[in-house]
Ligand binder design. Sequence first.
Ligand SMILES: Cc1cc2nc3c(=O)[nH]c(=O)nc-3n(C[C@H](O)[C@H](O)[C@H](O)COP(=O)(O)O)c2cc1C
Length: 336
Amino acid sequence: MTDLSTSYLGLQLRSPIVASASPLTRDLEFVQRLEAAGAGAVVLPSLFEEEILHEEVSLNRSLEAGSEHFAEALDYFPAIDDFADAGDRYIADLERIKASTSLPIIASLNATSAGGWTRYASLIQEAGADALELNLYRVAADPTRSAAEMEAVDLDVVAAVRSEVSIPLAVKLSPYYSALANFAARVVAVGAAGLVLFNRFYQPDLDLETFDVVPRVELSSQWELRLPMRWIAILRPQLGPGVGLAATSGISRGTDVVKAAMVGADVAMMTSAILRHGAEHVAVAETELREWMTDHDYTSISELRGSAHHETSGDPSAFERANYMRTLHSWSAPSS
Ligand SMILES: Cc1cc2nc3c(=O)[nH]c(=O)nc-3n(C[C@H](O)[C@H](O)[C@H](O)COP(=O)(O)O)c2cc1C
């Protein structure tokens, strides 16, 4: 029997196929379907720093307004229930899911600055999350701020969240750091037990009739796995076996999970494929994974993991340049 078990962030998972963050992973019934389909773990959608702050500001304004007019203030109290804020709703959903499933649950926070909101990390821990994923999603559009400054802020956020919790912390990175290998190592040094590679940036479109910016969520295509694959291959030997690495983007088939494991990922995360085909797609991908492993004489994920990373090429940068040249030179014009 093929052994699919894997360890990620110190958690023992039955399978490397993890349902990554999406609106559906917060729905108890959907999470139960993911569990039945054999998912190794589930990542909840992110609670955003802005959501917590926005609702706290609203609540404070209401309380302050009330205190100026005592009679009216009494009227405010019933309304305060309505302020069961985004954070409280998130914690309630997490508790409900933890109480009704035995899947490892990874909660997610999305933030760009250290601040009071980080206490939600400890509320998430108290609510029973097995681990926490911190999503650093930012577009570096300020021309007065250097890469070093931006990185320092991100590291402060990681350190601030790390200091709030004892559960393992993973950090979901964008691929746009200019010195990614260095930054990845520093994220680990300030306390991340693992890295999730990569955040997909949602690129808005323009509506040519209304001239409006249109937010578009495009589900991913399989070729998008190549970027995380390349970086996991580079980072696995640099970071060592003790750091959790999760591949996310373009993972749809069991063979994509094979590729992610081969370059050194501990888990392969899936969102678009699940949104397209439903929770049961996890079982389909698992069957494909088992078939591939049987056909190629692999008996366990640990045997497969890292069988194709950059350790054999002493200088990953030179290796990448050589491959780039080879790729460009391999193009031949279509015959007309
Ligand atoms: C509709 C939708 C909502 C998402 N919400 C979140 C989120 O709340 N937090 C997060 O870290 N990633 C979120 N993601 C990103 C996914 O977790 C995943 O990293 C990304 O879609 C790439 O994986 P895929 O190719 O399997 O879709 C979302 C993706 C989609 C499509």
